[in-house]
Design a protein around this ligand. Structure first.
Ligand SMILES: NCc1[nH]cc(CCC(=O)O)c1CC(=O)O
Length: 310
């Protein structure tokens, strides 16, 4: 890097979770580059604004085909108002517009989904007819397949908003990402008292309830060709996480799915071999297609898995 003091602006959404994630990126950059001057710019996205319709309908309601949590951040990147956009990677479309790239990811948090309930006993303990809130088609289809006797309802809002809805008995259970809960300070082993209600967390194993592509990963998007930003991101990038999420996102891209496609996927990586397992749920519900592939090249593993399911 050059001798002169560098200044970089980080762009983030304004939710509690987004701000925690942005702080993690800023901390990693400050440790790697003590001289770096950092600022943060909070940007409101379409997904933050449109809470009136179901998440899966927001893009259509806005006349766009993707990126409801990312579009405004990309506009700010393009305008030079920010240099690095911080995203929950699973909210980032698999195909980016020209001029942008995901240059890196931080070390991944746990990838599991978590059932949050007032009752004890996890998923097995939920009585028939219980109402489970989620806005994810993947979670809905997967749950309906595992527990057809439960009722899935669409529930929007950021993590604290949803926890409050459960506390207020708007539903009997929630499905949320462990990554988000942990980053907001919840511990899976410890019930939390939220608005006067005791909430229990039951992580669902990733080989029985399959996570979203990129779940738990913080993605760092820059302007393609911005060498300064690429150098910053490159120095805090986690290579193992990056290999895994490249495979997961490539698989999703090959399926031509967007953020709402009911696809569950999980990868493991031992530094040499990347293994990916997937379940693709039919839109009409029911039994998923199952597949698995492994190899050393993330994109080739994704292609192999895709072709094995075709
Ligand atoms: N679409 C919302 C969203 N985007 C990222 C996370 C959590 C963090 C992550 O999975 O990386 C969440 C909330 C949730 O799914 O519970």
């Amino acid at each position: 890097m050059s001798e002169e003091i560098q200044h970089t602006t980080i762009g983030t959404r304004g939710s509690d979770l987004a701000l925690v994630q942005s702080a993690a990126v800023e901390r990693a950059l400050s440790l790697a580059f003590p001289e770096l001057r950092l600022s943060r710019r909070v940007i409101r996205t379409t997904g933050d604004r449109r809470t009136d319709v179901a998440l899966a309908q927001v893009a259509k309601a806005e006349g766009t085909d993707k990126g409801i949590f990312t579009k405004e951040l990309e506009e700010a990147l393009k305008a030079g108002e920010i240099d690095i956009a911080v995203h929950s990677l699973k909210d980032v479309p698999t195909v980016l517009d020209d001029g942008f790239e995901i240059a890196g990811v931080l070390t991944r948090a746990p990838i599991r989904d978590v059932l949050v309930t007032k009752t004890l006993g996890g998923l097995e303990g939920l009585p028939a007819g219980s109402v489970v809130g989620t806005s994810s088609v993947r979670r809905a289809k997967q749950l309906e397949w595992l527990r057809p006797d439960l009722r899935v309802v669409d529930l929007r809002g950021n993590v604290p908003t949803r926890l409050k809805k459960l506390a207020d008995s708007v539903c009997d259970a929630l499905l949320l990402a462990e990554a988000g809960l942990v980053r907001l300070g919840y511990r899976m082993s410890k019930p939390a008292i939220v608005f006067g209600s005791t909430l229990n967390f039951t992580p669902l194993k990733e080989d029985s309830f399959y996570p979203a592509a990129g779940q738990g990963a913080i993605g760092l998007e820059i302007r393609k060709g911005d060498a300064a930003a690429a150098a910053l991101v490159g120095s805090i990038r986690d290579a193992d996480t990056f290999a895994r999420v490249r495979a997961e996102r490539e698989f999703l891209r090959l399926l031509e799915g967007g953020c709402s496609t009911p696809v569950g996927v999980y990868t493991t990586y031992d530094g040499g071999t990347l293994k990916m397992d997937a379940r693709v749920f039919p839109d009409q519900g029911g039994e998923p297609k199952k597949g698995s592939a492994s190899g050393s090249d993330p994109l080739a593993v994704a292609a192999e898995l895709f072709h094995s399911l075709a």
